[in-house]
Design a protein around this ligand. Sequence first.
Ligand code: SF4
Length: 697
Amino acid sequence: RQDTAPGGTCTTCPYCGVGCGVRAILDGAGGLTITGDLSHPANAGKLCSKGSALGETTSLDDRLLAPRIHGQDASWNDALDLVATRFRKTIDRHGPDSVAFYVSGQLLTEDYYVANKLMKGFIGSANIDTNSRLCMASSVAGHRRAFGTDTVPGLYEDLERADLVVLTGSNLAWCHPVLYQRLAAARKANPKLRVVNIDPRHTATSDIADLHLAIAPGGDVALFNGVLAYLSEQGLIDAAYTEKHVRGLSEAIESAKKEDLSATGLPAAQVAEFFALWAGTEKVVTIYSQGVNQSTAGTDKVAAILNCHLATGRIGRPGMGPFSVTGQPNAMGGREVGGLANMLACHLDIENPEHRVAVKDFWDAPAMPDAPGLKAVDMFRVVGEGRIKALWIMCTNPVVSMPEADAVRAAIAGCDFVVVSDLTAATDTAELADVLLPATGWGEKDGTVTNSERCISRQRGFLTPPGAARHDWEIISDVGRRMGWGAAFDYASPAEIYREYAALSGVAGNFGRDFDISATAGVTDAEYDAMAPFTWPRSATREGGRFFADGGFYTSDGKARMWPVQHRQPASKLTADRPFRLNTGRVRDHWHTMTRTAKSPRLSQHIAEPFLEIHPDDARRIGLAPASIAEVESDFGNCLLRTLVTDRVQPGQVFAPMHWTGQTAPTGRIDTLVAPNTDPFSGQPESKATTVDVRPF
Ligand code: SF4
């Protein structure tokens, strides 16, 4: 298919959770021009370097063009028969929990919906988890604990309405660049707007900040407890709001007052300045991302942030509220669709028997697990123990991105039966597959995604799928039909799946849940094709699209819960053998494991190889010259990285990017070093605080 729409095709960028609208224009001679979609509410025509280079990343040179069974090309019939037969036999012999799906925030909502339906409703296991576990699970757990549902209260406009924007654990400038551009523009337009950046590392985001707090790793709970205690001491708790809408205030304040602020590692004067700013500014937005989530105290960090907003009633009003920004284009869609092992579709709870029955009945399903399944880190551990015997990995590369990545590789290599659906066979994970299934990618597939402000947008196909590639929803449905559930997986189009999904959200609405898009359940195919971006809950104006200004939380009594939390150190201990804390993260111009962005020479120009940021004092002390090769070792693996000596990191801390793979830079696969320590509530791994040794190579 070659798009002939005048002005090209409106679709959505496949990278970060900002969810920018893009316009893709084919020139009919093989060229593809990408521009920002002026009409999209997320970006109003702006794009970052990654989004604007999308046209350079659609080449077919490494594409998987046909199914493969044990490395040999095969027909779809043979491949899908084998997948369905092996999953069926494994379930019959060992039970439904002997199989698992590991999916991705890159999947479109319709793909995600069908995968979740097959695993939970028909196979009868909750062993479906997603790489969003590495990204947003602590926010999900924090939201559910405080609000009763996984609800992001605010909108992007709040950045422009705020007088104080606090960015904690977020390098917005590199990881959500168009939001950062909006913030930078807002700062120019509003001289009153102050920006605080809380990050152990000085990043590109710190450059815009009036105040950069180089907090000690893991110090966020202590800092936000300090804010809460200060608010209480200053008499700034909003009694009217908290009495009506909040429980747990006094317990949370009592706990906050016991906090030892030395855990922040910050000078007292900086802490005092921050407290005064936070307390003295009504319109505060606190943006947080992986520095908060990727922690063994991630859920408590989220609670400490939410506590401050709940205690002051600064939530759900223009320019006020906590705001988690998601890493992936459809992390939010995956959360909405129940793609995490501990959730049901449409924000219904797997622990709630009535919710389980409602979803089971809606699907007319033979089964429904009554307990959460295995979260990502546990899932791969159980694969390694041989208790999961058939594994289907869709659209993600866990051999590079999971903590303790060498153990994950060994677990997958040792699994009885592994299926990988992806665009390419050239990933560290795909090379371990028994069956490789060629999937369509961005520009070829149709469906919806949800961005960080709950805006649902269409991704639209404008390129002909190459070779025998098929859409993920088609592949999953075909396996469901071959396993004997024909009627439930007889989908003809993503529009049909969307209608079913939207109708199911009406069931959730009947239970008083937040996620209800059932007003769109009757869209025709043509209306689905033309669907404009919309933010749920649907309202006449985007102003109305916020939550909780007047309470209305999704708990049993309609009140939010403030949780008493206390600082905990990161799980990995500093020792004489492991004297550095390793922080990992993104660079500006690459995405995940670079399967797409590495195709653009322009993007690779920014940073060409993996590196290790280390403080000059540390480099000098251990004899590490600038640009030399450092050997970095943890209890789980080692890497060789180019040394970047910079005071942007604190002494005793080092930083390395997460993108490079066994194929792109065999010695730079940083997650081989990362410890598999997880948050006890969210199961999210602590990807930013493994202790390591560093020495000259
Ligand atoms: Fe794509 Fe995110 Fe850049 Fe927008 S900010 S163009 S969604 S990568």
